[in-house]
Design a protein around this ligand. Structure first.
Ligand code: FMN
Length: 329
């Protein structure tokens, strides 16, 4: 198939071009269809759905089903799953393959005790051979490219990222994303960009660098420093989808904030329904409002409001007027 594009792909997943070097990180509770689709329009090059447990998929858990919803324009779409068991991962991957993702990613980075402690997520990093078996099994049984999102190892003393990355590549993985911390670091300490550079120099498949990209200036720094093929941005993208346009939030005029904020809220309500959508939007709203340094009482009123028209009025009072064409639900 001839692919016509006006952008130079950063890398390919099989024959699929990845156009753009910035990618919204999978973040459970945040990177759902409403937010992903906005970030994708603003320049995020792929849409990673948040992690879902293999068991959640196999039992058709409601949250899991929601996490698998995506818009056609979000493609390339990555579904991410976790488990410690090869058979369950394969069974779950087979199920979600029916929804036609472009990639299925195995989570090897989740540090949550209940997940990593039982050998899933970052727990897999303790056993390089097991990582190899999982990747081999999935790549040989499925028709969709398999990738992995890793950390640097289980502890600072047992970093094994080079072996893990090589193993994933050797067993047929399409690419990796690297959150440059170990499991025991959680989110503490600085991300180790040297390790991303080492991985990039060790493997030939694409490497997505992740960790501590907080502003536009960091994008160029991590890119130059590590040579990674693309950059994944998590926390700094919450309340700031403009980072995918390479704009820091302080440079975004209030009218633009208003326009995206209301669009985001609309999409949340369309996707989750009025009550649940408004409720789930609150943590995004908190992030949009944070740089505005509002008095506590104003902030509290905004973050507890459950009526759309009332919320619109409160937002208007702080300069975030509903744009033309958007009506209160
Ligand atoms: C609230 C939250 C939820 C997350 N959920 C996921 C997830 O579902 N899958 C995953 O691989 N990583 C998850 N992560 C980790 C991020 O993808 C990313 O690796 C991490 O935040 C470091 O990047 P950052 O410094 O740009 O935030 C999550 C992180 C946060 C803060």
């Amino acid at each position: 198939m001839l692919i016509i594009s006006n952008m130079n792909p950063r890398f390919f997943v099989g024959s699929l071009p990845i156009e753009g070097d910035l990618i919204l990180a999978p973040m459970r509770g945040y990177s759902d269809l409403p937010y992903r689709s906005i970030c994708r329009t603003m320049g995020s090059a792929m849409s990673y759905a948040p992690f879902i447990g293999a068991t959640e998929i196999l039992t058709k858990d409601h949250e899991a089903c929601l996490a698998l919803g995506y818009l056609p324009e979000e493609r390339p779409v990555v579904f991410q799953i976790y488990d410690d068991n090869e058979e369950r991962l394969l069974a779950a991957a087979r199920q979600i393959q029916r929804y036609n993702p472009d990639v299925i990613d195995i989570n090897m980075g989740c540090s949550i005790r209940g997940i990593s402690g039982r050998g899933a997520g970052a727990g897999l990093l303790r056993d390089v051979d097991k990582v190899g078996k999982i990747i081999k099994r999935l790549t040989s049984r499925l028709n969709v490219p398999i990738s992995a999102k890793i950390r640097l190892g289980w502890t600072l003393q047992s970093k094994n990222y080079r072996d893990i990355a090589r193993m994933i590549e050797d067993q047929g993985g399409a690419f990796i994303a690297v959150h440059a911390r170990t499991r025991d670091q959680g989110y503490q300490g600085d991300a180790d960009w040297d390790a991303i550079a080492e991985i990039k120099a060790t493997v030939r498949f694409p490497v997505i660098g992740n960790g501590d990209v907080k502003c536009v200036e960091d994008i160029d720094q991590i890119s130059t420093y590590t040579g990674c093929d693309a950059i994944m941005i998590g926390r700094a993208a919450i309340g700031n989808p403009w980072i995918f346009e390479r704009r820091n939030r302080k440079d975004v005029p209030l009218e633009e904030v208003a326009s995206i904020l209301h669009l985001h809220l609309d999409r949340m309500i369309d996707f989750y329904g009025l009550n649940w959508g408004m409720l789930r939007f609150r943590k995004h709203l908190a992030a949009y409002l944070k740089p505005m340094k509002l008095p506590k009482c104003t902030r509290d009123a905004l973050l507890t409001c459950s009526n759309r028209s009332h919320l619109n009025a409160l937002l208007q009072n702080i300069g975030l007027k509903t744009p033309e064409g958007i009506t209160a639900s």
